[in-house]
Ligand binder design. Structure first.
Ligand SMILES: Nc1ncnc2c1ncn2[C@@H]1O[C@H](COP(=O)(O)OP(=O)(O)OP(=O)(O)O)[C@@H](O)[C@H]1O
Ligand SMILES: [Mg+2]
Length: 461
């Protein structure tokens, strides 16, 4: 069910319930008020007549049955039926003599008992065919205090006017309820539609993104209300998704490209060997050597790609407390052969203890030293300085042009593009350092050398 319909149903149910409760309460109140008013009028109208008869009874010293019929007739009107009851609750006289006179209501024993036991008034509503009537019981008290209660008068009158007024009121209330329901329904639909617009836009954008249109955005104003904040978060999320997806695609393309060259060389040589094009044993050996070299390059790049994807997946670190100077010394030992005549120096300073994964830091540092050796003249010097929570690898090699410096940490970035490397060493080093919560930065002066500084925050004093 659509959002706006749900809102409309909730609003209509609430307004409807409210209408019902208020109308019933209002109608009940008014009914009670009109009944009280009718009872009051009836009593005021007939009390003087009763008083006159009580006077007469007292004066003439007669019992109630003697004047009961006259009293009942005097109390009877075209819209009032009267009964006179004695002090035992028995009917003494009825005012109905003509067929068109109203029938008196049936006597209610409980109401009579109430009057006989001292109540000054008892009223109730009696349902008759075609409406209701008000029935009232009034005590007849003798004027001589010795006689006390001598009887009870029962008056009944149809509530036609009251019922008619209530009927009119009911019609008005139903009309008002319909009008409020209609107005609130229309308003709820409009408001629901207004609220649903951003959701519908967001839904359309989500569908488009699911179809692969990652450039799509919510197209909602980034306001400060809930919808605005949702739009901001949504757009930021899609932006990051798009960036990650693009990087992923580029990574796959670059990786495929890197794998393609050694595989092409390998398949070329295999084809030549298969077709026995190379008959000379010396050339066969050369061909094998080339293939071995390409296989080792493939192995190398695959290992690097696996390392990168493990870093991306957030592989856990095997942290332990180590001396960074010891790791640097081991890395320098690893590279002595590759360095040839170049000088490898280690400068140890204070604050060299850190809580790191030693194998990972060794790999990161190895990549920096490998680069330094490859970009330094055969007589150059490579220095590793350890201390102050940092390891800096400094060389006096060719350096890096300022416009290339920001790109050296990018995956598959290498210079020159035809170089031996895959452009992954620094990306891996940075991934390792950042997984430790650290930072890797580079400074270089072209022609004078480069220094790469690795900082790990967990260094202890
Ligand atoms: N010490 C350095 N001196 C000069 N240039 C450097 C230095 N270190 C890195 N670079 C430049 O940064 C580029 C990227 O280095 P990175 O280690 O990521 O890749 P690579 O060495 O080319 O290949 P790989 O490390 O995957 O074998 C290098 O190709 C090189 O141009
Ligand atoms: Mg490298």
């Amino acid at each position: 069910m659509r959002f706006r319909w749900k809102i409309a149903i909730v609003v209509l149910a609430t307004v409807g319930l409210l209408d019902l409760v208020l109308s019933v309460a209002y109608e009940r109140n008014l009914d009670q008020f009109l009944l009280d008013h009718s009872a009051q009028t009836l009593r005021e109208h007939f009390s003087p007549t009763a008083d006159v008869y009580m006077n007469r009874l007292a004066r003439m010293r007669l019992p109630l049955p003697a004047l009961g019929r006259d009293l009942a007739l005097d109390l009877t009107r075209h819209d009032v039926a009267a009964l006179v009851l004695d002090a035992d609750g028995r009917v003494v006289a009825s005012g109905k003599i003509l067929p068109e006179d109203l029938d008196p209501a049936p006597v209610r024993d409980d109401a009579v008992r109430r009057i006989l036991s001292g109540d000054s008034l008892a009223t109730y509503v009696h349902r008759v065919e075609g409406g209701r009537e008000l029935v009232m019981y009034i005590p007849l008290r003798s004027l001589s205090p010795a006689s006390g209660l001598v009887g009870v008068i029962q008056l009944s009158t149809p509530l036609t006017d009251v019922d008619r007024s209530l009927g009119r009121l009911r019609l008005i209330l139903i009309g008002a309820a319909m009008a409020t329901l209609l107005a609130s329904g229309v308003l709820a639909l409009l408001f629901g539609g207004y609220l649903a617009v951003p959701l519908e836009k967001l839904e359309a954008t989500c569908c488009a993104i699911a179809r692969g249109e990652l450039h799509r955005r919510s197209e909602l104003p980034h306001g400060r209300d809930e919808v605005g904040r949702l739009a901001t978060s949504f757009d930021e999320m899609v932006h990051k998704l798009e960036a990650a997806f693009t990087a992923q695609q580029r990574f796959v393309t670059d990786a495929a490209h890197q794998l393609k060259t050694p595989l092409t060389v390998l398949s070329g040589h295999l084809e030549l060997l298969e077709r026995m094009v190379i008959a000379d044993p010396a050339k066969v050996l050369t061909s094998y050597a080339t293939m071995r070299e390409q296989v080792s390059r493939l192995d190398h790049v695959l290992r690097r790609l696996i390392t990168l994807s493990a870093l991306d997946a957030g592989a856990p670190l095997q942290r332990e407390e180590v001396n960074l100077g010891d790791i640097a010394a081991r890395v320098l030992d690893d590279f002595r052969v590759l360095a040839g005549a170049r000088q490898l120096q280690l400068v140890r300073g204070d604050n060299a203890t850190a809580d790191v994964d030693p194998n990972q830091i060794r790999e990161a540092l190895g990549n920096l030293v490998d680069n330094a050796i490859r970009h330094t003249a055969p007589t150059g010097t490579i220095t590793i300085e350890v201390g102050g929570g940092r390891i800096t690898v400094r060389d006096d090699g060719v350096g890096i042009a300022p416009e290339r410096l920001p790109r050296i940490f990018d995956r598959f970035y290498r210079y020159p593009p035809t170089g031996d490397g895959f452009g992954l060493g620094l990306a891996i080093a940075r991934g390792i350092v950042e997984s430790h919560g650290g930072r890797l930065s580079a400074e270089s002066i072209p022609g004078h050398g480069t220094s790469l500084t690795l900082t790990v925050p967990a260094v202890r004093l």
